[in-house]
Design a protein around this ligand. Structure first.
Ligand code: HGY
Ligand code: MN
Ligand code: MN
Length: 424
């Protein structure tokens, strides 16, 4: 069979949705039991997923290494070593009982783009890097984007002891347990002078694209997030023998905190603020005992950095007031705090031009979710390319994005990388 004619740049229509579907199916096998996909940060399952990524990229002839933070980086050398690299990628870990597309779509896209570039002999001046980031989800340790934060210098060695999971295991211990090197994460740092640009493909995790019938989302702004852990301590005692005026009920306090956060985020001054209590644990959790202790999380998101911190401060003060009013106490800790980020308008322009060149409709929109591109944007100008989520569902087993949509997004990322490669 005569080889396909190779353009000076890959004809973006050489992206194959069947290969992308096969990558998605392969990763979907690497999960704990139960509904949906469970492959948490710094677990053996996440490392197995990185091994699948490594085998694919090595098979294509790329140079592949895993850094001390657990990020796996595959590289295609360019013709001119003096030029900054361009990169694409996302993450392979999931939330508990999540879907098979959050993060994974961006890694599958990177694997397919690498295949198109390697097999069709696309010439490129710059180093092209394809990355699977480690531990992007905050579900296990509270902080999100851990692997990308470490390469961006936003998470240091001390944080790895501070961040612990629900079993009290620190991130450093979890990293060591899967063969990584928490003491050497400084070696994983990326140097800005070594980079030209980074483009991440990700599912939208909302339903703007579906409702507008757009193929592609071009993200201009990624929300910030402040995450709190609240431990309410009251007095556990008999539910029958204790009259109402003598109670110190930790769950009544927590319930008022939950509804306060929801009410604040819905008032007219907080359009764009989102407050969520996703985890709440009650002790002793017995039908005939007044709850003595409640531990819950608060996830505060906003596109406005000042308002985001103001909401966190106000909620902390209000939670403390409510706790005292019930003769209980509230310990409030900040688990993580990331600012909103305005992405590169120049690269977003390249993405829009790529959509136009490929005949794909697009819409510019903010991202409510946090992403690795948000952290990498500190190192190199970054772009975030969304593909539609069915009915906007994500972080749930019903999460779905078609391989065809991911292939369309992959073509846009490839076309954008070709344009970025030619810059400067
Ligand atoms: O929590 C987030 O926004 C992302 O899924 N890590
Ligand atoms: Mn994600
Ligand atoms: Mn996620």
């Amino acid at each position: 069979m005569t080889p396909p004619t190779v353009h000076s740049a890959a004809a973006p229509d050489t992206v194959d949705s069947g290969r992308i579907a096969a990558h998605l199916a392969r990763f979907a096998q690497l999960t704990e039991a139960g509904e949906g996909c469970t492959r948490l940060a710094y677990t053996p399952l996440e490392r197995e997923a990185h091994a699948v990524f490594t085998r694919h990229m090595t098979g294509l002839g790329l140079l592949v290494h895993t850094d001390p933070a657990g990020n796996t980086i595959a590289e295609l050398p360019g013709d001119d070593d003096t030029l900054g690299a361009i990169g694409t990628g996302s993450h392979l870990d999931t939330v508990p009982h999540g879907g098979g597309f959050d993060g994974i779509a961006g890694v599958a896209a990177a694997m397919e783009i690498a295949e198109v570039v390697a097999r069709r002999g696309v010439t490129h001046r710059r180093k092209w890097r394809f990355i699977a980031f480690a531990a992007e989800e905050g579900a296990r340790f509270g902080q999100a984007c851990n692997g990308s934060r470490m390469v961006a210098g936003l998470t240091g060695r001390a944080d790895l002891d501070r961040l612990v999971d629900r079993d009290g295991r620190s991130m450093a211990e979890a990293m060591s347990a899967v063969g990584l090197h928490p003491d050497r994460i400084d070696d994983a740092r990326w140097r800005p002078e070594d980079w030209h640009a980074f483009v991440e493909l990700h599912i939208e995790q909302g339903e703007v694209l579906q409702s507008r019938g757009a193929d592609i989302g071009v993200v201009d702004l990624i929300s910030g997030s402040t995450r709190l852990r609240v431990a309410v301590h009251g007095r556990a005692t008999h539910s029958g023998g204790t009259p109402m005026h003598l109670r110190h009920d930790a769950l009544v306090v927590a319930a008022q905190c939950v509804t306060l956060g929801d009410r604040l985020a819905r008032d007219e001054k907080h359009h764009g603020t989102r407050v969520t209590v996703g985890r709440l644990e009650v002790e002793p959790g017995s039908i005939t005992t007044i709850p003595g202790a409640v531990d819950f999380s608060v996830d505060i998101r906003d596109v406005d950095t000042v308002r985001q911190r103001d909401v966190a401060r106000r909620l902390a003060a209000e939670f403390d007031r409510i706790a005292r009013a019930h003769g209980t106490s509230a310990q409030i800790d900040v688990l993580a705090d990331t600012s909103p980020v305005l992405l590169s308008a120049a690269i977003a322009g390249q993405v829009r031009d790529s959509c136009a060149a490929l005949g794909l409709s697009y819409r510019v929109l903010p991202s409510g979710a946090s992403h690795d591109a948000q952290q990498i944007n500190r190192i190199a100008p970054a772009a975030l390319v969304f593909v539609p989520s069915r009915n906007g569902l994500s972080h749930a087993p019903q999460e779905f994005t078609s391989a065809a949509h991911i292939a369309g997004g992959s073509r846009v990322v490839l076309e954008t990388m070709i344009r970025l490669d030619a810059e400067g």
